[in-house]
Design a protein around this ligand. Sequence first.
Ligand SMILES: C[S@@+](CC[C@H](N)C(=O)[O-])C[C@H]1O[C@@H](n2cnc3c(N)ncnc32)[C@H](O)[C@@H]1O
Length: 220
Amino acid sequence: MTDSWLTPRGIFFSEGFALSSAIKELGADFIIESGTAYGGSAEMLAILCDTPMITIDTHAEYDSEEYTRNRLSKYEHVKMLNGDSWNLIPMILNKIKKNKIAIFIDGPKGGDAYKMMREILKNYSDRIVLIAVHDVKCDSKVASLYRKDFPDALFTDEQDNYFSPWREQIDQHMLKINKEKYGGATASSLDKDWGGGYLQKQYKETPLGFGMVLIEGPFV
Ligand SMILES: C[S@@+](CC[C@H](N)C(=O)[O-])C[C@H]1O[C@@H](n2cnc3c(N)ncnc32)[C@H](O)[C@@H]1O
């Protein structure tokens, strides 16, 4: 994990840690990720969990497919699909015979991600053990929808919950390594040497991370 680095639009290390811990704790036997982009979160999950995973992206927002196929090719338990999750997630869920599935939505965003989460739960609730959605800040409008439906949902950017000391510790640790390796802050880039210090820049802007909501099943 300490060899991995933050690619453009990627989740924070503390967020990857929260997600992989929940996946392991709940004994998920399959992961579906919507929103691969440059493979930042997919690589964290690949390293931290042995669980088979399908990661989906249209690659329409970023020209990220070739880069990410290369990056993820060494992880045999990870399969990349090019397409729209609105179609592909139901297709996958209809096909696979797994019953403890973790879903991570990192695109679409906001209200559309909330709708996608509800749509999945409408038809497959008995087989989902975890749903996590990224870029949900705990004080945002959409967060109140999640809170209303799931009062026990965890928000990684809350100042004072049981995860916050861990968030602080993990991000500070990764930041320390990052400063030693790359020196100063840099803008994000696909080139590790140029973009290595992006974590430092991003941490200054959003010290609590981008925000992720984690909701534990069972949902029935
Ligand atoms: C913020 S980026 C994902 C970052 C990545 N998870 C990481 O940590 O490095 C969001 C991605 O979601 C993808 N996306 C948005 N809507 C989608 C959909 N309906 N189906 C598949 N991918 C989608 C976009 O193309 C974009 O690449």
